[in-house]
Design a protein around this ligand. Structure first.
Ligand code: FAD
Ligand code: SF4
Ligand code: SF4
Length: 479
């Protein structure tokens, strides 16, 4: 092992500099500045090169983290990029948006007694450098194959599969109902976590590599799944989950009570320079408003922080459990607190009140009771404990469920689980329809970008095996 490594005993952990909260509130730039080359090299050298690297075990992509840290510490960045990109389609995106505290960094062994290696920030540094130096290349087919593959959904799962399949030489077409590729990476996750150029430059390279994009095409509306099955030799459904969970309380239909994704899409579109009438009319703009966001996940955190940047008069997050039980990443909660968001823990909305539009939220204080069958403490109301918050914009961020795909696609044979996610054979990733595979949130439920990438890559491998087997035994595979 190089003497260069194991520097954690000497060098302290240093994440890239975080921009001051007052500065962040006034713009849409990312929160963390980039590492300078020397800092990245030093931080990488803190790794102790574990024989059994728990960071790698807990990375959904099983990235070869110790190797690219060592290469970075030695200044061999082009090789570091080769290693990082061998297992990850979008290392620079994961470096920005993975909840590293729960994945790689949270399981780094030097966390015990010292502080973990800054794995995500180094991964971002390596890949941003690779882009700057021109080392990132469009997918190149090893040899062209005649078979054609259709991918429905241009989110991380669909794009990761597209890249692998195109590299294997397949003719790949990606369909998406939005006008830009990227899925939630482009229209869900805000700019201050993931600047949009980072996503757009990848999509542009994929196009250069021969992946065809059919945007503004909603499967089920503009084309049927049956038609796509006829058009392609295999299909991948990677449509994500988009049915917003609702709140059943009085006043939920009042103007000014809006869904999180509508709000975030409008903000992201505005940032991309699009005409967004529902933003310009003020309906989805928090400027000058008293904003209440209901929910405690990452989507809720993105909404509160977007509202701060839009110039809201006040921003309050209402969550029915306490801080320790929030599903969102603690890093994002901390960022929101620094930026001036007020949290009302253990509080749930009872009613939205107002005459022509919402004016206030009446809320009920809760406490955590006994654990349920899953071991999670149940939330119970405290009798007589109510309070009211002024609110002229309420954003509902309670999570997402799958749309009814069998109905939307008019394919009753497309089997779903009791949660509405697509049922797949977990070995082959094929749905109940022969030749139709599925990956990402539509299989796992609302998850993470990094899991979408993993699933997309795995699905690509399975589709390749399926098409190879079919080519070798066409009679057996005939439907
Ligand atoms: P998606 O990214 O949802 O992509 C699906 C694509 O399919 C979309 O482009 C959609 O337009 C298209 N589509 C759907 N139906 C059709 C149809 N019928 N016809 C044609 N196209 C269709 N994860 C993280 O790791 N870190 C984060 O910080 C983070 N922040 C998040 C913030 C928000 C607000 C949200 C909502 C999610 C966040 N996530 C985050 C989760 C992450 O974005 C998702 O887990 C991931 O994008 C799922 O990838 P996917 O490819 O399965 O689906
Ligand atoms: Fe960590 Fe995510 Fe990178 Fe894996 S992909 S090493 S979990 S930041
Ligand atoms: Fe290095 Fe930490 Fe991974 Fe060990 S667990 S290889 S110290 S990054």
């Amino acid at each position: 092992m190089a003497e260069k490594m194991l520097q954690f005993v000497r060098l302290q952990q240093r994440q890239p500099e975080k921009r001051d909260a007052a500065e962040r509130r006034g713009d849409w730039g990312e929160v963390y500045r980039a590492y300078a080359a020397e800092a990245a090299q030093q931080q990488a050298s803190r790794c102790s090169q574990c024989g059994v690297p728990f960071c790698q075990v807990h990375c959904p992509l099983n990235n070869n983290i110790p190797d690219w840290l060592k290469l970075t510490a030695e200044g061999r960045l082009e090789e570091a990029y080769e290693v990082a990109s061998a297992t990850n389609t979008f290392p620079e995106i994961c470096g920005r948006v993975c909840p590293q505290d729960r994945l790689c960094e949270g399981n780094c062994v030097i966390e015990k007694g010292f502080e973990s290696v800054t794995i995500g920030a180094v991964e971002k540094f390596i890949t941003d450098t690779a882009w700057e130096k021109g080392w990132v290349k469009p997918p190149a087919a090893v040899r062209e194959r005649a078979e054609s593959i259709g991918i429905i959904g241009a989110g991380p799962a669909g794009l990761a599969a597209a890249e692998r399949l195109r590299t294997l030489g397949y003719q790949v077409t990606v369909y998406d109902r939005h006008d830009r590729a990227g899925g939630l990476m482009i229209y869900g996750i805000p700019n201050f976590k993931l600047e949009k150029d980072v996503v757009l430059r990848r999509a542009a390279q994929f196009e250069q590599g021969g992946i065809a994009f059919r945007l503004n095409v909603a499967v089920g509306r503009d084309v049927t799944l049956g038609e796509l099955r006829q058009r392609h030799d295999a299909l991948l459904v990677a449509t994500g989950v988009y049915k917003a969970r609702d709140i059943a309380c009085p006043g939920a239909g009042l103007p000014g009570v809006v869904a999180a994704l509508d709000y975030l899409i409008a903000s992201n579109r505005k940032g991309l320079g699009d005409a967004v009438p529902e933003f310009d009319s003020g309906a989805l703009d928090a400027r000058g408003r008293h904003v209440v966001v209901v929910g405690g996940g990452d989507t809720a955190m993105d909404c509160v922080r977007t509202a701060v940047r839009q110039g809201a008069a006040s921003v309050t997050c209402l969550y029915r459990r306490d801080k320790a039980n929030m599903p969102g990443s603690m890093r994002e909660v901390k960022n929101a607190e620094e930026e001036g968001v007020r949290f009302e823990w253990l509080a749930a909305p009872e009613a939205f009140t107002g005459t022509d539009r919402v004016e206030a939220v009446r809320a009920q204080r809760m406490h955590l009771g006994l654990p349920d069958a899953t071991g999670r403490q149940q939330v119970e109301p405290i009798p007589g404990a109510h309070f009211t918050l002024e609110a002229d914009l309420v954003i509902k961020a309670l999570g997402f469920d799958p749309e009814d795909l069998p109905a939307l696609f008019n394919e009753p044979a497309l089997a779903v689980t009791r949660w509405g996610t697509l049922k797949v054979d977990h070995r082959t990733m094929m749905t109940a329809l022969p030749g139709v595979f599925a990956a990402g949130d539509i299989v796992r439920g609302a998850s993470l970008v990094v899991w979408g990438i993993r699933d997309g890559r795995d699905a690509a491998e399975q589709m390749h095996l399926y098409l190879q087997a079919r080519a070798e035994a066409p009679a057996m595979a005939a439907e």
